[in-house]
Each structure stands twice: as C-alpha cells, then as structure tokens.
Design a protein around this ligand. Structure first.
Ligand code: HXC
Length: 258
C-alpha cells in the first residue's frame, strides 16, 4: 500500500510512523486510519522491529477525527460502518510496544489514539482535550473511558463536559503522560526510548505489555495470577538464560528472541 497521509521510516529496530496531513492538523480521516492500520500490522509482523513510535508534527499530533468527513454522516451510516471500531483500534491489537510522541494538539480522536498507545511521551507544547461536546457529540474511541482511568473521574468529567484542553504539565501531574521532553527533542527521545525497549528480550517485552494491560481488564488477584504465569513462561526462553548469565558474567546481554 502506498502511503499518502503517513510517513514510515525504520530507525534501526524502531518503526517511526509520522501522521502527515499538515494542512488539516493531522485530522484523522478514513484514508489516514487505513494507512496507519496497515503500517502497524506490517511493523508488528516485521521481525526486525522491536518497538513502534507514532508521532505527528510540531503543531499537532492530531486535531481529532476529520470533522469535514464526519459531518454528512447519518446515524445509519455510522452504525452500519460501526464507525470507528475496526480500523481505529488497530493500535490496540499491536503486540509490540507502541509509544505516542505528542507535540501540539492531541484532541478528540487524536487524544484517544494517543491513549490507545502503550505510553505517551509529551513535548512541553502538548495540549490534550476531548472537545467533541462542542460539536454536539461525544467521544467515540475511548475518551470517556481511557481518560477516566488515566486522570480520574473529576478531571475526565470536566474535560469531556467542557471540552477544555490540558497542557503538558497538568497531563504529567495527573498521569496521562509518562514524562515531558523539550519539543525539539521529542522524536529523538521517543525513538531512543523505543530503541532501548527493542534491545530487550522480545518475549519478555510482549509478556510485560500484555500483563500491564491486564491491570485494566481484571481484578487484582486475577491480574497477579496472570503475571505470575507469564513470569513462569519466560523461563522457557533462551533469553532468560542469556539475561541471567550476562548478569553473573558482568557483560551486556545479547538477546536473540529465542
Ligand atoms: C477536519 C480540521 C480539524 C478536524 C483542524 N482542521 N482540525 N479539519 N477535522 N478535526 C483544519 C481546519 O479546518 C483548518 O482547515 C486547518 O485544519 C487549520 O486549523 P485552524 O482551526 O485554522 O487552526 P487553529 O486556529 O490553529 O486552531 C487549531 C485547533 C482547531 C484548536 C486544533 O483547528 C480545532 O478546534 N480543531 C477541531 C478540534 C476538534 O474539535 N477535534 C475533535 C473532532 S471530533 P482550513 O481548510 O480552514 O485551513 C472527534 C471525534 C472522535 O475527534 C470520535 C471517534 C473517532
């Protein structure tokens, strides 16, 4: 598939996906989401890729779903298409870690896309919001659910009901983003972080991601039981021997994904 709305590069073992509709502040139309889904499936299947970064431009990660594309749709259209489930949630099906590197606006579907990633690194210019209420609608890709889990009910309710934006400092303070970096270092820092992950034992990485995600889906006792079984399973890998041998021999581990 030839991409017109995203740019994909490989930096060593990291797939870097840039959303690229600058004139529309990376508004997420169906063509862009189709391309993003395709790029994510390919990066997930590529044995040479250990982690993925999704970013936008300096001005916008993404200013939301494309309002001009959504505007004429009827209830029957959106219900029949199940707008937006299948393509939009491609990122949640990726088994390798996905980092959202957010500068500028991450609004509506843009904020929701960032929250579907495994963690968010924010530039000091980042602004998050769910302004759908101003359009006579409401979030449709997790804004009422994921944001509430990240920042708690009061803030999520206020943001969803008023459409106010949250700056990077508040997003860090309230746990929406893992940390803030200067805007001009954002992409390099995200790629360096992804690269650090890509150097680790791939099955340990995948199992860790799966286990952390369980924390949002189940009870504490079940989650801990799941974690323990995954932990046990990793003793079936050669990388466990390599990691522990390397520690004892005071050298850097060379993980091989076995
Ligand atoms: C389509 C968009 C867009 C969007 C911006 N543009 N956001 N087009 N869909 N979501 C376009 C503008 O129409 C404009 O095009 C160009 O990008 C530049 O935007 P401006 O508004 O001129 O820029 P600025 O004044 O800097 O304001 C930036 C902004 C504002 C605050 C981000 O653009 C804005 O409020 N955008 C909409 C944000 C929003 O409501 N998002 C939620 C969408 S609903 P022209 O052609 O005029 O130059 C949603 C639902 C998700 O996401 C549900 C599930 C998927």
């Amino acid at each position: 598939m030839a991409y017109e709305n995203i740019i994909v590069e490989k930096r060593e073992h990291v797939a870097l996906i840039r959303l690229n509709r600058p004139k529309a502040l990376n508004a997420l139309n169906s063509a862009l989401m189709r391309e993003l889904g395709d790029a994510l499936v390919k990066a997930d299947a590529d044995e040479d890729v250990g982690a993925i970064v999704i970013t936008g431009s300096e001005k916008a990660f993404a200013a939301g779903a494309d309002i001009k594309e959504m505007r004429p749709k009827s209830f029957v259209d959106v219900y029949r298409e199940d707008f937006i489930t299948s393509e939009w949630e491609a990122v949640t099906r990726v088994r390798k870690p996905v980092i959202a590197a957010v500068a500028g606006y991450a609004l509506g579907g843009g904020c929701e896309l960032a929250m579907m990633c495994d963690f968010i690194l924010a530039a000091d210019t980042a602004k998050f919001g769910q302004p759908e209420i101003n359009l006579g609608v409401m979030p449709g890709a997790g804004g009422t659910q994921r944001l509430t889990r990240f920042v708690g009910k009061s803030t999520a309710m206020e943001m969803n009901l008023t459409g106010r934006f949250m700056d990077a400092a508040e997003a860090e303070r309230k746990g929406l983003v893992s940390r803030i970096v200067p805007a001009d270092e954002l992409v390099e820092e995200a790629v360096a972080t992804a690269s650090k992950i890509a150097d680790k034992a791939p099955y340990a990485v995948m199992a860790t991601k799966e286990a952390v995600n369980r924390a949002y889906e189940t009870t504490l006792a079940e989650g801990v039981r799941f974690e323990r079984r995954m932990f046990h399973a990793l003793f079936a890998t050669e990388d466990q021997k390599e990691g522990m041998d390397a520690f004892v021999e005071k050298r850097t581990a060379q993980f091989r994904g076995q």
